[in-house]
Design a protein around this ligand. Structure first.
Ligand SMILES: Cc1cc2ncn([C@H]3O[C@H](COP(=O)(O)O)[C@@H](O)[C@H]3O)c2cc1C
Ligand SMILES: O=C(O)c1cccnc1
Length: 347
């Protein structure tokens, strides 16, 4: 982890200035591409060159883990749905697979903490730290050593996908009950109240939402004032959130952009940003999930999401849909003619 944190560099101001200047010479009114101009300038700063590389090929990693807090009935779904959905991803049958085929991204599944043994399969990366967390309602979800091991597992996944040629990474999650630790992490890192950031997840009723909020609030009380990020993660987090944080830190270290999805990957992003604030330079917010914690986390990270389709699924689905927008933003800097080259008169 140290090596990855030490490799994260600030954005290259020169490349950003070059991208800004280039935008003003392209055959369009200056600023007319709005947020896409800012995005492409950020990506130039991340890559350290203008234009930045086209973000292809894209690799999605769906980090899967189980949660002891499931015992508190915070999710209406049985825990075995986690392992069943992992099988579904590997068979290509989930929403994230359909979306990934649409945009030409590869899907990998990372078992960082599923509470069942998985048979080896193409596309499955086995990095199990432990078979699920403990119940965060009654004590720490995991040890700090386990939290660190899961972060390191996520780092290794990004290292491997980038070594295999990925030029953009997409983070996804699967883990029944994981919107409970996500809410707790978001409350802990943003300072918001549990009620502001706890949402309905897969679709819970009012009674369950109250129970879930009180589970989050009670768990947060165990945290000391101003806790170390690793302690927060161990106390109230999940194995997939930890691995996603590592995945993001390694993307930043490799200067490869990473598209963030919904509330679980945003919780991972808050962990990563607490470990190294420079990580946000590599992060692109794919979409705004309906979960209230997503909006709180986006505001805290200073990220503006590219799309808002009222989605609340996870798996990386919202992030995958944003990929063509990110690619289009970069392609402008590669391909659009200048006023000079196209012979278009300026105002
Ligand atoms: C069939 C199915 C597919 C999913 N894909 C993502 N999630 C999403 O829902 C879960 C979190 O919601 P909660 O905290 O309410 O359990 C996670 O697994 C998340 O990825 C799914 C959930 C289900 C049931
Ligand atoms: O916003 C998300 O990513 C989300 C919402 C509900 C359930 N799982 C994930």
């Amino acid at each position: 982890m140290r090596e990855t944190l030490d490799a994260i560099r600030p954005p290259d101001e020169e490349a950003m200035a070059a991208a800004r200047a280039r935008h003003d010479r392209l055959t369009k009114p200056a600023g007319s591409l709005g947020a896409l101009e800012e995005l492409s300038i950020r990506l130039a700063g991340l890559a350290g060159t203008c234009p930045p590389p086209l973000p292809a090929p894209a690799a999605v990693a769906v980090f899967a883990g189980d949660h002891g807090v499931h015992a508190q009935r915070v999710s209406p779904w049985p825990q075995e749905v986690t392992v069943q959905m992992v099988a579904n991803y590997l068979a290509g049958g989930a929403v994230v697979n359909a979306f990934a085929r649409e945009v030409g991204a590869g899907v990998h599944v990372v078992d960082v903490g599923v509470a069942a043994d998985l048979d080896p399969a193409p596309g499955l990366i086995v990095a199990k730290v432990r078979p699920g967390t403990d119940d965060l309602a009654v004590g720490p979800a995991m040890s700090e050593a386990d939290a660190r091991a899961a972060i390191e597992a996520g780092i290794r996944v990004a290292d491997r996908l980038v070594a295999d040629g990925a030029r953009i990474l997409i983070a996804g999650d699967m883990g029944i009950a994981n919107t409970t630790p996500a809410a707790a992490l978001i409350a802990a890192f943003t300072g918001r109240d549990a009620a502001e950031v706890t949402g309905r997840g897969t679709g819970i009723d009012d009674y369950t939402l109250q129970l879930k909020t009180s589970v989050v609030r009670t768990a947060l009380r165990r945290l000391p004032a101003d806790p170390d990020p690793l302690r927060v993660l161990a106390e109230v987090g999940g194995l997939e959130h930890a691995a996603i944080a590592g995945f993001m830190l390694a993307a930043a270290a490799h200067r490869v952009p990473l598209i963030v999805d919904g509330v679980n990957t945003l919780a991972g992003a808050l962990v990563a940003a607490a470990l190294h604030p420079g990580v946000t330079a590599a992060l692109v917010a794919g979409h705004r999930s309906v979960e209230p914690g997503a909006t709180a986390a986006l505001a805290h990270l200073g990220l503006d999401p590219l799309i808002d389709l009222h989605m609340r699924l996870g798996e990386g689905t919202g992030a995958v849909l944003a990929l063509p927008i990110v690619a289009a933003a970069v392609r402008v800097l590669h391909e659009v003619a200048t006023f000079d080259s196209a012979g278009v008169t300026e105002k």
